[in-house]
Design a protein around this ligand. Structure first.
Ligand code: FAD
Length: 545
């Protein structure tokens, strides 16, 4: 079953948004999992529902999910992790750390000598973060001291998922001693468990079964063959692992959101107040409708990114970064609403909505904070532009959609039985086109007005990234609905069209708000308030006269 039929989806679908280009013509096909493929995972899903008392690595072992999954497509893997995230976010986190930041890095960057560590019973952990800010890898203190033909590793790592169970650690270390101001050349090593590797559990309120630990390395000896990738260029390997992890984290967060939605519907169906089901109150119905449409929209992006990865065989860090950022933003809204709809029950019981909210927020930190990811996405999307320097001539903005029934886009869409002026029903094609052009304009304006300083302009990164992620989700919804309409007709796709309609209306408002922020420019005001806040140190307004 082809993932994206005949490659009509352009590889640069999401990258083009930043240039103001909407490259869709109605021929794109949304990736679907075939029933036979899904059946291959059914035994795992059945077992997953049973092994509820286990979590993290122990649950992965019980489900036989520690082994390599070489024959699994990205889309199927995303589906698997979505289910893990719904059942238990700790297990999803352990899976991601073990596979994306462990197994995959060793398989892709490890020397032939260390490939045997990929045996089925190995458990991998990824150790980069230290007591210093995790967002700033240049502050890594862990030191790989050259000795003979190898290295001795000294240092202490924090927040190592699977740390309590790991047989092997991917460790990011400097290979020159730390000196004030010097930027380390980082190298990644595979370090096996040994008496020189000491683990201590991290006391945390979230993701309790994921075996998060502090790991101290007291001179663990590794040969030079333990280096992953090139000496002094460990960041390349690390970034590729984080990019892998980002798609899976998005899938796990989507799964947690779907589960929160289902639990909420179950509860609202049972609960009665003032003589009628709570779910019948209009303000509850409003929230339920938004919950469903937002969750559907997020899943649409995550599966599309996985399908594009399968179809083109390569991972685009921008697509994955956008998916992870969208997962964080949308799940925050969804899980906040599901907590509210549960009333006090959100805070009592075994697995509460409140706990699911906290677990999901924590999942969205494994690969770095959202704030850092916003800048990453924008700098990645403008990499080619920035190479040309501030004077670079930007590609011309595309002309607006041709009006009337004769336009190319309209013709294509109408030949595919969807509305010629709106594209797939419920998806507001024209608004998407106009807002995409506006995003291109905004990127162009920010880039030309800040020049080389653009890389430092986090205020602009934030607005651009948040507008772009909404447009990326919107575009995915459009392609999914368009495919569904062709598969089962407009009548058959009615529920999906309704969900799309609600999501795209909300997305339009959110995107416009980001653009307003960019043009109103209250950044100086915010900077001033924040600077004074640090000087004050405490809350500055008192009512004592
Ligand atoms: C559940 C969980 C599992 C984890 N598992 C692992 C693991 O297996 N291996 C591992 O190595 N690490 C792991 N981590 C650590 C994670 O990678 C870090 O928490 C993350 O990189 C952020 O670092 P920090 O917590 O030190 O925050 P800090 O770097 O101290 O950041 C604090 C705040 O400052 C902001 N900030 C910092 N720098 C910038 C900047 N340049 N621009 C804008 N804002 C900025 C951040 O956005 C954030 O809001 C895990 C974390 C969690 C919560």
């Amino acid at each position: 079953m082809p993932r994206v039929v005949s490659g009509e989806i352009k590889r640069t679908l999401f990258r083009d948004l930043f240039l103001g280009r909407l490259r869709v013509d109605g021929s794109e096909v949304y990736p679907l999992i075939s029933p036979s493929e899904l059946a291959s995972l059914e035994p795992t899903f059945t077992q997953l529902r049973k092994a509820e008392d286990l979590g993290g690595v122990l649950r992965l072992r019980a489900l036989d999910l520690l082994k390599p999954r070489n024959d699994m497509s990205l889309l199927l893997e995303a589906r698997l992790v979505e289910q893990l995230g719904g059942a238990d976010p700790s297990t999803a986190l352990s899976f991601i750390a073990h596979h994306a930041l462990g197994r995959k890095l060793v398989a892709s960057y490890g020397t032939p000598e260390i490939q045997p560590t990929l045996r089925d019973d190995s458990v991998f952990a990824f150790a980069m973060t230290e007591a210093s800010p995790g967002s700033d890898a240049s502050q890594v203190q862990t030191y790989a001291q050259p000795e003979g033909d190898g290295f001795r590793i000294f240092g202490r790592k924090h927040w190592v998922t699977n740390g309590l169970f790991a047989t092997h650690f991917v460790v990011v270390a400097r290979t020159t001693p730390s000196q004030p101001g010097n930027k380390p050349r980082l190298t990644a090593f595979l370090v096996p468990s040994s008496p020189e590797v000491i683990r201590e559990p991290v006391r945390s309120d979230v993701l309790p079964a994921s075996g998060v630990a502090e790991i101290s390395f007291h001179g663990a000896l590794v040969p030079k063959e333990a280096i992953l990738g090139e000496y002094g260029k460990g960041f390349r390997a690390v970034m590729s692992g984080l990019s892998e992890a980002r798609l899976l984290l998005s899938a796990a967060i989507t799964g947690a959101s779907i589960r929160a939605y289902s639990d909420t519907i179950e509860r609202l169906n049972q609960r009665r107040a003032f003589g009628r089901p709570v779910g019948n109150f209009p303000s509850v119905q409003e929230r339920v409708a938004v919950l469903l449409s937002e969750t559907f929209a997020l899943q649409s992006l995550v599966h599309l990114v996985a399908g594009i990865g399968d179809a083109f065989g390569t991972a685009d860090p921008l697509e994955r970064g956008l998916a992870r950022l969208a997962a964080s933003r949308i799940s925050a809204r969804v899980l906040d609403a599901t907590r509210e709809l549960h009333g006090a029950a959100a805070f009592s019981g075994d697995v509460t909505q409140s706990r699911r909210w906290a677990d999901t927020r924590a999942l969205a930190l494994l690969d770095g904070s959202d704030l850092a990811l916003e800048s990453f996405v924008v700098l990645e999307a403008t990499r080619e532009l920035r190479k040309g320097g501030p004077q670079v001539s930007l590609p011309p903005l595309p002309s607006p959609l041709p009006e009337g029934p004769k336009g190319v886009v309209e013709r294509l869409w109408s030949s595919r039985h969807v509305s010629p002026t709106e594209g797939a029903p419920g998806c507001r094609l024209r608004s998407l086109e106009l807002l995409t052009r506006e995003l291109g304009n905004q990127v162009r304006h920010q880039f030309t007005s800040h020049g080389a300083e653009f890389v430092e302009h986090q205020h602009a990164h934030r607005r651009i990234a948040n507008a772009a992620l909404e447009l990326a989700v919107w575009l995915s919804v459009l392609i999914r609905v368009q495919t569904e309409v062709q598969r089962v007709s407009t009548v058959g796709a009615e529920r999906m069209i309704d969900a799309a309609n609600l999501f795209t209306g909300g997305a339009e408002e959110r995107v416009r708000r980001q653009f307003e922020h960019l043009s109103r420019n209250e950044d100086e005001l915010r900077d001033r308030i924040a600077r004074r806040a640090y000087t004050d140190g405490t809350y500055p307004f008192d009512i004592v006269g």
